[in-house]
Design a protein around this ligand. Structure first.
Ligand SMILES: [Zn+2]
Ligand SMILES: [Zn+2]
Length: 262
């Protein structure tokens, strides 16, 4: 009996060690056959580096530093806010209630967002991580009923093959809020970067959105998801349509805010 018990202990220790060695050997083989590379620059990285090399993480986190206005998303010190609005948005009509951003549209973050929109969907893990950090620090995370990705016109989605805002929404971690796609784009608009003035951008997206019949938006709090906010014309138009449909509060979560000087 004693021999049998000792044998069992020895054999269980050995089994654990063998399993660990086997996993290590498989991981090494996996690394050898399919070496992990940085999703941004292609440098080889460890499995534990979360898809980016240290240099790209450092550059990316540099784009996400800094305080911003929770009303318009532009760079602003908290001391420059008057009644929750920065000097840039004091007189602007904004239909969404608050905004959270991951960073500014520049350098590595800009490069990654452009690549993400142009087929490099494997960047969803890194960009999803940034979006979740922004959401956690937004102050409105617990109020959200639905995540609503800013919709693409169906023709544009057909060409691109996916809506990057919907892919991003799929990476958000939330215990109760669900993704809702009952906001649709009914007008094919010109690409916003082609226009500079805020008025031209607002005209371009006017009447571009609608809600589907049978939507469940009344009385709910929505968080719009988009990759970039420039003048805010698109988010503003979406928020206006949602509020007309009975939505209580509209928040916005974006990866980056561009056009700091517009
Ligand atoms: Zn890199
Ligand atoms: Zn502002």
């Amino acid at each position: 009996m004693v021999f049998s018990a000792e044998f069992c202990i020895i054999s269980s220790v050995d089994t654990g060690k063998i399993k660990r060695n086997a996993i290590f050997a498989l991981q090494s083989l996996n690394q050898l056959l399919w070496p992990a590379v940085c999703a941004n620059c292609g440098q080889s990285v460890c499995e534990t580096d979360n898809n980016l090399c240290k240099k790209c993480w450092d550059e990316l986190l540099f784009c996400t530093a800094g305080d911003y206005c929770r009303r318009c998303g532009r760079d602003a010190s908290r001391y420059a806010l008057i009644n929750g609005a920065c000097p840039n948005c004091q007189d602007n009509e904004i239909h969404f209630d608050r905004i959270a951003r991951s960073g500014v549209y520049a350098d590595t973050l800009q490069k990654m967002i452009l690549a993400f929109k142009n087929g490099k969907t494997e960047l969803d893990l890194t960009l999803g991580f940034l979006a979740n950090s922004a959401l956690a620090g937004s102050g409105f995370c617990n109020e959200i009923d639905f995540f609503v990705p800013v919709p693409l016109h169906w023709t544009r989605r057909l060409i691109r093959g996916y809506n990057q805002s919907l892919v991003l929404a799929g990476k958000l971690k939330h215990s109760t809020a669900k993704i809702n796609t009952d906001l649709v784009r009914i007008k094919r608009t010109k690409t916003q970067p082609a226009m500079v003035s805020p008025a031209a951008r607002a005209r371009n997206v006017a009447d571009a959105f609608a809600v589907r019949k049978g939507h469940n938006f009344a009385g709910k709090n929505i968080c719009l998801i988009d990759d970039i906010k420039t003048t805010g014309a698109t988010l503003n138009e979406c928020a206006k349509v949602l509020k007309e449909a009975g939505v209580s509060k509209v928040f916005a979560l974006v990866l980056a805010v561009a056009g700091q000087n517009i």
